[in-house]
Design a protein around this ligand. Structure first.
Ligand SMILES: Cc1ncc(COP(=O)(O)O)c(C=O)c1O
Ligand SMILES: [Zn+2]
Length: 402
């Protein structure tokens, strides 16, 4: 079912075996899955794949699971690419699209990575895992681990969104608060994994989360009639999403399913945690640790993204950019998407629209371009951040006013 052939270190380029569980390369670099794309190119027909049932596993040959029996699925992927005509009109961008990930199981795009990676845990017979997360990844992993019968410990910051914490608890994972920065929580998870024999599934620590997220890029290309947009704007924290979309487009070009032209990948971050934006501006190849994180509750809180060098390389190679927006701009964009398109996006997702406005003002994106905004999750998880509705009261015996 899969054309997975081996793993390759994204830092030193060494080849590692895919037939056993792997964490980081001995050099410390994240491993990426590699496929026999020449054989896949001979055997696979993109149009036949497009006729399969929806959902990310329609691309099974380009995903890592060795056997359909190992796949842990809840119907993730196959999300709509919405042509945002009314919003586009307002911004003067006729070809504006939103890839809306809010309908995924667990309520965010993190379901894709969890489905792919938990399938591999099941394949390898691993029973216990640990993850640190700002919330959405933890809830997605809790969801898929519950489905697979795998024990999971989740470390979140105390100000993680309450509904997400409850979601994790209901899925039966053990939940821990840790008040330190996310990269220190990562070290905590690594120590616990070593001590107790659990598998550390943090961002970029294992190779298969990226593979699940890659299907966002495969879907966008398929939904645009096997072509790439001019720009994709992606809310970025740890960075697996950006790396994954870039990988998807590379693989599609190697398969001959799309032309070689790549979209510019544009990263959006909050001003209160923008290590990628800073490194990009300074022409650095890695991020410094962002000292003081001040952002809205939720994702995008990686002070030192584990995939920093890969994200920065992707921005450089695609001629992209990195833009920071304020929390207020994100909340305003969230309301605008709701009122103009009926899209109830999460604040992280809304940073992509706020960044587009800046990109248009700065000439980073031209109005005649085809632009895809990534909405990474549903806004329904964030009740305290949603603006209060203007409620009118009808007294007993009263009527609805005109
Ligand atoms: C809703 C949401 N969007 C985006 C992100 C960023 O994800 P990535 O790790 O792919 O950069 C996160 C995670 O922090 C998230 O929860
Ligand atoms: Zn290496």
């Amino acid at each position: 079912m899969t054309y997975l052939s081996h793993l390759e270190c994204s830092k030193c380029g060494s080849r590692q075996e895919a037939s056993k569980p792997q964490g980081l390369c001995p050099c410390g670099g994240p491993l990426l899955a590699r496929y026999d794309l020449a054989a896949a190119r001979r055997a696979l027909d993109r149009d036949a794949i497009a006729r399969r049932p929806g959902g990310m596993w329609r691309y099974a040959e380009l995903l890592p699971a060795g056997d359909p029996a190992h796949v842990v699925t809840l119907g993730e992927g196959g999300t709509p690419l919405v042509h945002a005509r009314r919003l586009g009109q307002r911004l003067g961008v006729a070809q504006l699209y939103v890839k809306d990930e809010g309908g995924n199981p667990s309520g965010s795009f993190k379901a894709r990575g969890a489905s792919a990676a938990v399938s591999k845990l099941r394949e390898f017979g691993l029973r216990d895992a640990v993850i640190s997360s700002s919330g959405n990844a933890g809830s997605a992993w809790a969801t898929y681990c519950a489905r697979a019968g795998i024990g999971l410990r989740v470390i979140v910051p105390p100000d993680a969104v309450e509904s997400v914490k409850r979601q994790i608890g209901m899925m039966g994972a053990r939940l821990f608060h840790f008040a330190g920065p996310l990269h220190e929580a990562g070290a905590l998870a690594e120590r616990a994994a070593k001590r107790h024999g659990w598998f550390n599934v943090n961002t970029m620590r294992e190779p298969y989360r990226v593979e699940g997220k890659k299907t966002m890029g495969l879907e966008i290309a398929e939904q645009l009639g096997w072509s790439a947009p001019d720009a994709i704007i992606y809310p970025t924290g740890g960075g697996t999403g950006v790396v994954a979309i870039w990988k998807a487009l590379d693989e599609l070009a190697a398969l001959g399913w799309i032309a070689a032209k790549r979209p510019r990948l544009i990263v959006s971050q909050y001003e209160g945690c923008a290590p990628i934006v800073k490194a990009c501006r300074e022409g650095k190849e890695q991020c410094e640790v962002w000292a003081e994180v001040r952002i809205l509750p939720g994702g995008l809180r990686s002070p030192k993204p584990p995939a920093d060098f890969l994200i920065l390389r992707t921005i450089r190679e695609t001629g992209g950019a990195a833009l920071a927006v304020s929390g207020d701009e994100a909340l305003e964009a969230m309301s605008l998407l709701a009122a103009t398109e009926g899209l109830h996006v999460c604040p992280e997702g809304a940073t992509s629209l706020a960044a587009l406005r800046r990109a248009l003002a700065d000439g980073v994106v031209r109005p005649d371009e085809r632009v895809v905004l990534m909405n990474t999750g549903t806004g329904l998880k964030y009740p305290p951040l949603l603006p209060e509705a203007a409620v009118e009261t009808i007294p007993p015996g009263g009527e609805i006013p005109a």
